[in-house]
Write a protein that binds this ligand. Structure first.
Ligand SMILES: Cc1cc2nc3c(=O)[nH]c(=O)nc-3n(C[C@H](O)[C@H](O)[C@H](O)COP(=O)(O)OP(=O)(O)OC[C@H]3O[C@@H](n4cnc5c(N)ncnc54)[C@H](O)[C@@H]3O)c2cc1C
Length: 406
């Protein structure tokens, strides 16, 4: 199917991926419309790590400086067991020099807001739940839950791991429950044991606790534990978490005690095996809709940002936009499939409960975490993305990121 340059691009989903795609496409002169099912944009009070590859993607969109004004630059990632014994420490602060951009921690709502505010005009329509689409030789029509519809040249499904666009393309997705559940929260506090720019991951039997500051006086944390999906918490969730982490070294208990109970969110952690096909004709997928990556390597949002830039770049090239979608998918599938697998594997390692396996995990981490694991994380997750972005990012704004981070 040969068609001219796409003009009007429809995007299902106004998460980080959908908004980044909208912005990247606007910057290249496309008209975009983003359909978000929520009535207002969900802020979701959680924290995110955006590694240097994601920060360079933000820089490319001209947003890194703004984000860096509020997001703590990460210097070191500490890994310990529940007794406080050190299993590893990654000097992620060195990435600034190596890749020209730091790794940062940021509140999801802040990043979301920066992307939303950077959009030109009013391309975002809320309360617009995409339920299906049809496509023909001339375009694609999306249909909404309220019976309405919209027509455009192309459709990008950025509607998350349970997205409707993917299911319409290929039938129900085979998402898989990881076996663990994540409780996330924020504690308004300063703590002497949480210096700015330190990420901390504490590994216990079948449970983990991570914490880091996302803004002055605000600590984001996550408690992960094995369990069955579909559960709900009532009052007393904070006490339940305090019991789970009782006796753990460091500020874990202080953080939980300082967290208002209604700031605690619970979510089953799901993933999906890498898929061979992301699109058909005028429709493609982006972000978690295409390649859900469990949180274990902190790359899901970073990869959604990379997707957005690559997609916009291919669509901006002369030629058939449908062929451009397939080229985008080929490049991004190769990039994201290994990350889906490694994140899943690390999640399994984090979930072990058996005492013998726990000993083996600790021995493995002591031996390999600062060497092989760190090198692999840097090469596969960070360096690959920064190589790509360095090639394309305008030098001036990249320099600005480095200066700001110094
Ligand atoms: C506990 C946890 C910790 C994480 N930590 C990190 C981290 O540190 N670093 C990192 O890079 N990543 C992290 N991630 C992953 C990251 O959050 C996701 O990969 C990222 O948010 C994906 O963005 P997205 O826009 O593709 O999807 P989503 O954020 O899921 O957004 C999809 C949007 O589409 C909307 N939508 C859904 N269905 C429809 C529909 N039918 N019609 C219209 N709109 C629809 C939704 O309301 C939503 O706004 C973490 C994830 C979890 C669960």
């Amino acid at each position: 199917m040969a068609i001219g340059r796409a003009r009007r691009i429809l995007i299902a989903g106004g998460g980080i991926g959908g908004l980044a795609a909208a912005l990247a496409l606007q910057r290249r002169g496309f008209e975009v419309v983003v359909f978000e099912r929520a009535q207002s944009l969900r802020d979701g009070g959680a924290g995110l790590h955006i590694w240097s590859n994601g920060v360079l993607a933000l820089d490319y969109l001209g947003l890194a400086e703004q984000v860096l004004q509020v997001a703590p630059v990460q210097q070191v990632a500490h890994f310990t067991n529940a007794r406080g014994d050190i299993l590893g420490a990654w000097p992620v602060g060195d990435f600034i020099e190596r890749y020209g951009a730091p790794t940062i921690a940021v509140e999801r709502s802040v990043l979301h807001g920066v992307l939303r505010d950077a959009l030109e005009g009013s391309p975002l329509r809320t309360d617009a739940q995409v339920v299906s689409f049809d496509q023909d030789a001339d375009g694609v029509t999306v249909h909404f839950a309220d019976g309405g519809s919209e027509r455009g040249d192309l459709l990008i499904g950025a509607d998350g791991i349970h997205g409707a666009v993917r299911d319409c393309l290929f039938g129900p997705a085979r998402n898989r429950f990881s076996g663990y559940i994540a409780w996330r929260g924020r504690a308004p506090m300063e703590h002497a044991d949480i210096p700015e720019g330190t990420f901390n991951a504490v590994f216990g039997p079948g449970t983990r606790f991570t914490y880091y500051d996302v803004a002055p006086g605000l600590v984001h944390w996550m408690s992960v534990a094995n369990g069955a999906p579909g559960g709900r918490d009532g009052a007393g969730v904070r006490d339940m978490l305090l019991r789970r982490h009782e006796g753990w070294a460091g500020p874990v208990a202080d953080i939980l005690r300082a967290t208002p109970e209604d700031w605690i969110l619970r979510g089953d952690v799901e993933g999906r095996k890498p898929e061979k096909q992301w699109g058909r004709d005028r429709v493609t997928l982006l972000g978690d809709a295409a390649h859900p990556i469990t949180f274990n390597i902190g790359q899901g949002a970073c990869q959604a940002l990379e997707d957005a830039l690559v997609l916009a770049e291919y669509l901006d090239q002369p030629g058939d936009p449908v062929a451009a979608l397939r080229r985008y998918e080929d490049e991004r599938r190769k990039r994201t499939a290994p990350l889906q697998r490694i994140a899943w594997m690390i999640g399994k390692m984090g979930a072990v409960e058996n005492p013998l396996l726990l000993k083996a995990r600790e021995a493995f981490m002591r031996k390999n975490w600062n060497t092989r694991a760190f090198q692999a994380a840097e090469k596969d997750q960070v360096a690959y993305g920064t190589r790509w972005a360095k090639k394309k990012a305008p030098a001036t704004s990249r320099e600005a990121v480095t200066d700001r981070a110094d």
